[in-house]
Design a protein around this ligand. Structure first.
Ligand SMILES: NC(=O)c1ccc[n+]([C@@H]2O[C@H](COP(=O)([O-])OP(=O)(O)OC[C@H]3O[C@@H](n4cnc5c(N)ncnc54)[C@H](OP(=O)(O)O)[C@@H]3O)[C@@H](O)[C@H]2O)c1
Length: 291
């Protein structure tokens, strides 16, 4: 009988790509959402269940009959609590395997709060007694989609990362790695942590050049100060906690912390990860000026 996979974060960037990657596979997909009205696009591909990772009492029905949990927590100071609630619900329901999305460099001494928060949840899962696999991806190429407005309007985008190099990864590759793990036998990747990156470590001048090549017009990266970026993010309604977290990442990247690539995607998928040129080509329409 097919296994039932519960997908958390089902309306978000990574889990949407995971649902795409599991299309046609012999699994029953169940999508956890907080707000059923936001799940219309999911209903033809998954059974939709309502639950909130902030509220443990809401989770039991969603976890009933589940064999595999895809555990994604939002960027929030409550992420460890969210993860704890999900792991506890998984234990109570007899879930066999948890595949967890963490972050590159998650550790108790990571230079950013996100990495330190993820380390708490990684460690809890490792000691849960459940079968587990942890995916630690690098900076998402899809973060560049936050810059589509500026690029379309001005041909420029601004980040506070100076000339740092980042081994950025296309979210579609993260999703395909997650799907690979979930479709393999439960013991196959038990106890493994995979640090997932793209094929090369890039400066944002190089990223701009790739975007310009695909769009057929110049695109420039404008380095800005932490203060300027912080102000812009707050102006766009980004919560202060997130703006502060992003600033910690930016500082780490400027120190060289993000200049990392691994062979993990190729090891799991048997092919190299997508390059930023692939990302730019496949998302070109999103960066084009409105006509
Ligand atoms: N961006 C990067 O470069 C990067 C790199 C490595 C790792 N990460 C990690 O990736 C994760 C974020 O993934 P993403 O970008 O796919 O997320 P996302 O697009 O921001 O989506 C977050 C998802 O979590 C759901 N959610 C939020 N609060 C919830 C709650 N209390 N209960 C249940 N669901 C809740 C949201 O549902 P609603 O529709 O209800 O809001 C949404 O589906 C974070 O853990 C982050 O640390 C990010």
């Amino acid at each position: 009988m097919s296994r039932t996979v519960l997908i958390t974060g089902a309306t978000g960037t990574v889990s949407t790509a995971l649902i795409d990657a599991l299309e046609g596979a012999d699994v029953r997909l169940r999508a956890l959402v907080r707000d059923a009205s936001r799940a219309d696009g999911l209903r033809d591909r998954a059974e939709v269940v309502v639950g909130d990772l902030d509220d443990p009492r809401s989770l039991a029905p969603a976890f009933e009959g589940v064999q595999d949990l895809w555990l994604l927590t939002p960027n929030s100071p409550r992420a460890p609590e969210n993860s704890m609630n999900a792991v506890w619900a998984a234990r109570q329901a007899g879930v066999e395997r948890v595949v967890r999305l963490s972050v590159i460099g998650a550790a108790h001494d990571a230079p950013n709060r996100s990495g330190r928060l993820h380390a708490l949840s990684d460690q809890e899962l490792e000691r849960s007694g459940l079968r587990w696999t942890i995916l630690r991806p690098h900076w998402f190429m899809q973060n560049l989609l936050n810059e589509t407005g500026d690029i379309a309007a001005t041909g420029t985008f601004s980040l506070n990362v100076a000339s740092s190099r980042v081994g950025m990864i296309d979210v579609r590759d993260i999703a395909e790695c997650a799907a690979r793990v979930l479709l393999d036998a439960p013991d196959r990747h038990h106890g493994r942590t995979y640090t997932l990156t793209g094929p090369r470590s890039l400066t944002f001048d190089e990223v701009a050049a790739e975007l310009g090549r695909v769009l057929g017009r110049p695109v420039a990266y404008l380095p800005v100060s932490d203060e300027a970026k912080h102000k812009t993010l707050l102006g766009h309604g980004v919560p202060e906690w997130i703006a502060d977290m992003l600033e910690e990442y930016a500082r780490a990247y400027v120190s060289g912390w993000g200049d990392v690539t691994t062979d993990a995607v190729a090891g799991l998928l048997g092919r190299p990860p997508r390059d930023v040129a692939d990302f730019a080509r496949d998302h070109a329409a999103r960066f084009a000026p409105a006509v």
